[in-house]
Write a protein that binds this ligand. Structure first.
Ligand code: IPM
Ligand code: MG
Length: 373
């Protein structure tokens, strides 16, 4: 008998509810015993409270063993402002992605994205693909340090500190924008180490660093330098690096040349979508946001508003995210059972959602997986 866990349950909006309900069907069927604590998150809370991730939800996340998150709608700055309730307008509220904030507020520094082609999935790019992406999850271009318009004080500092700033120095603050790419030694080292530790633990042969250190010298240079230092501590694991642009070609050319990938935040975001498409698309992309104390598991897809309420989308990504949660909690047998059931249903090919060329609903897919346990 497993212990009774406390699990944060944050369906979000759009199809988030449907895919989370689907994952619950499977978690219940595998005998996972938990108290689920609901957390408000998503577009509705932005419109009504001016905060898509209210403090009460952050408090929930501080008091659970792990959490599942569905999906949320994001809109550009102006559209977001327009949808605020009248009383909240013109207060200078700025919409920031709640998932990005959650990663930073809870220091969920590892974004773990396993990429596996389950045999018989008609949407596989090639059979046999089995990669793992480790994406740094709290800093880099996602640091949230941005300027538009650019204050004079920032412009002055840049003018003094970099001769490359000369072409911009004459512009007025409104004529350009700055988003800071901030990479720390600590942030880079802990994600690289996590990737190598994972490789050792799971019998993986190689770790590849994804960067653009030849051009983005300071930040990616630091990341690559740290990668090389850490790699030298793991002589049994092969280590190499690839530029973010080149690896998108090479991964398509031969995905079997890669094993574990580790990347700063934005490159990890990009490369993990490419990888997800190679194993069937976002209906199969699952993700763990993992910190030292708590972890939040999610499908990597968005809230797909056009499919919301239709029971149409593939819940496998969320079911695999639930499987990752079980693994992280140490419920390895239950995790293996869920993955086995997913693999069997895919291989049998009788129940397929629209993205796999079938007509099964979200619920039908979840029920089929639950019955295969
Ligand atoms: C992801 C998503 C998010 C990201 C979005 C929704 C903010 O693309 O989890 O990969 O950019 O990290
Ligand atoms: Mg993404």
């Amino acid at each position: 008998m497993s212990r009774n866990y406390r699990i944060g349950w944050l369906p979000g909006d759009g199809i988030g509810w449907e895919v989370c309900d689907a994952a619950r069907i499977v978690l219940d069927a595998v005998g996972f015993s938990a108290e689920y604590v609901h957390g408000d998150i998503g577009w509705d809370y932005w419109c009504s409270e001016g905060d898509a991730l209210p403090q009460r939800t952050i408090d929930v996340l501080h008091n659970v063993d792990a959490a599942m998150f569905g999906a949320i709608t994001s809109k550009p700055v102006k559209a977001a402002e327009e949808e605020l309730e009248a009383k909240l307008k013109c207060k200078g509220l700025v919409y920031r992605s709640p998932i990005v904030r959650m990663r930073q507020l809870l220091d969920l520094y590892i974004c773990l994205r396993p990429i596996r082609a389950y045999p018989g999935n008609p949407a596989n790019y090639k059979e046999g693909i089995n990669l793992v992406v480790f994406r740094e999850n709290t800093e880099d271009l996602y640091a949230g340090v941005e300027f538009f318009p650019v204050p004079q004080a920032v412009s002055d500092v840049l003018a003094v500190s970099s001769k490359n700033f000369a072409p911009f120095a004459q512009l007025s603050g409104d004529d350009y924008a700055i988003s800071c790419k901030i990479n720390t030694r600590k942030g880079s080292e802990r994600i690289v180490r996590a990737a190598f530790d994972y490789a050792v633990k799971h019998g993986r042969k190689k770790v590849t660093c994804v960067d653009k250190a030849n051009v983005v010298r300071a930040t990616d240079g630091l990341f690559l330098e740290i990668f090389r230092t850490v790699a030298s501590e793991y002589p049994s694991i092969q280590a190499d690096n690839a530029n973010i642009d080149a690896i998108t070609m090479w991964l398509l050319k031969n995905p079997f040349n890669y094993d574990v990938l580790v990347a700063p935040n934005l490159y990890g975001d990009i490369v993990s979508d490419l990888c997800a498409q190679m194993v069937g698309g976002l209906g199969f992309g699952c993700s763990g946001n993992i910190g030292a104390k708590v972890a939040v598991f999610e499908p990597t897809h968005g809230s797909a508003p056009k499919y919301s309420g239709q029971q149409k989308v593939n819940p496998i990504a969320t079911i695999l995210a639930a499987k990752m949660m079980l693994e992280w909690l140490g419920e390895t047998q239950k995790a293996a059972a869920v993955e086995g059931a997913v693999a069997r249903i895919i291989a049998e090919g009788k129940v397929r959602t629209y993205d796999m060329g079938g007509t099964a609903t979200t619920q039908q897919m979840a029920s089929a997986i639950a019955s295969a346990l």
